[in-house]
Structure formats: structure tokens, C-alpha cells
Design a protein around this ligand. Sequence first.
Ligand code: KIV
Length: 275
Amino acid sequence: MKNTVITFQKAKAEGTKLTMLTAYDYSTAKLLDEAGVNSILVGDSLGNVILGYEDTIPVTMEDMIHHGAAVARGAKNALVVIDMPFMSYQVSVEEAVYNAGRLMKEGLGGAVKLEGGEEVCPQIRAIVNAGIPVMAHLGLTPQSIHIFGGHKVQGKTEAAAKKLIEAAKKVQEAGAFAVVLEAVPSKLAEMITKELAIPTIGIGAGNNCDGQVLVYQDMLGMFSDFTPKFVKRYANLGELMKTAFRTYIEEVQSGAFPAEEHAYTVDDSVIEKLY
Ligand code: KIV
């Protein structure tokens, strides 16, 4: 069944949990889609896990379009949400609408995601008015890492918690169909989830959000630069991959690979004529 923003609304109404994972390429998107995930996020985390940057700041619209379209080609049923990269929506409402449009037309997304609260509500409103679903993102918003001074849990003081609750209400009012809550104390995320009519998607926000999202390389043990506390490792593919790569190297060096079954044959008579 094709997942849309209606799936998100229904899940909230019925109390069924939404599942979301990141992907950045066709093959992974296909696997996630076949596994039955509700939504695939083409996150600007691709800056870290695919492109090897220290943070998401250098990620460009071209990066997001390139990877977004690859994911969209592999996702038959999952709702593909594409992140708006740093400075593609902050400068003006017009630029935000234009760039969101590019992520839909060229990136083939089904929705876009952007970071921020009240300050980006005019952008959310305008993008939604242009017919593009918007997922909001609050709490630890990685594009503002230089303001936060690092990857820090948000909403820990009374003032910060109140600000986060207000921001969640504001992005809902502006038309967001869902909101990601990243690195937010579980009890605060639970309060926000109860306050909102739209679903909350948690990442480091406890078990009471309406859904969860993780970066797939984190949950599969494929990315070791840093691992946040909120990541659960469902498999250690990184080690499996290294073992396979090492075996390949050994087999190529020893001549064990390729074996006969991996090679093509030709009639001996053809070869004989070549001498
Ligand atoms: O870029 C990303 O992958 C994200 C998730 C961490 C929510 O925004």
C-alpha cells in the first residue's frame, strides 16, 4: 500500500506507530521499501554518512536532488521525504518554495523536511500552499550545530522546554504534516506528542512519539565516526562487510576467485583457431 501524508494522519488517529529510516541510494531504498517501512528520509545526514563531511552544512541542493531521485526510483510504497539542505530555505520564502519545488520535480520526493520552529513558519506555510507536504524538525537540528555548540540534548530547562512546545504548535499551525523531534527528553517528547494533532517522529526522543526514524548506517553498524546514545544497533554489517572484503582480497591474491563457475566458456575449437 502506498504511504502518503494520509497514512501519517491515520496512524496518529489510530495510534499505530510510524516507521521511517534514511536511505540515499536506489538499492537501499528498494530493500527498505520491500521490508515495509512507511517512509524513507533522504536526510542531509548524507553529508556525514555518504559524503564524509563533519556536519550537514556543506550539503547542496544538487546532492539532495541526486540522491533523492535515486531513492524515489527504488521506493514503490514508502513516502519519500527529502531534506532541504542548509541555506536552501533560510534566506527567503521565495527561495524556500523554489527549492522545495526542485526537490519534488527533480528529486522526485513526496514531501520535504526542514529544520526550525517559528522562524521558518512563513516558509512552511508557503511551501504547503504550493502543494508540497512539509515535515518539520525540532530539538537538535543539525544545521544549527554551531549555535548549539555540538550535538546536545535540547529542551532540558523549563524555558527551553516551553519554547520547544510552542515551536511544535507553531509548525503544526503553519501546515506541517508531521514533526521530527531529535534529541529531546522522553517526557517532553511525550507531552508534545499528546499536544499535537500531527504525528511526532522521534530520534532520541523516547518511546512515546508517534513514530521513529534512524539513520540506516547507524542501526546497521556501518558508520563508526560517532554513534549517538539513541542509536540501537540491529546488526553489525560493518564488521560483516569488512570480513567479506578481506576474504575477497585474500581470494583474489591466492587465485581462489574467480572460480570456474564465475567464468564464461567458449568452444575449444574457437580458441584453437587463434593459435
Ligand atoms: O538528516 C537526517 O538523517 C535527519 C534525521 C536524523 C532525522 O534529519
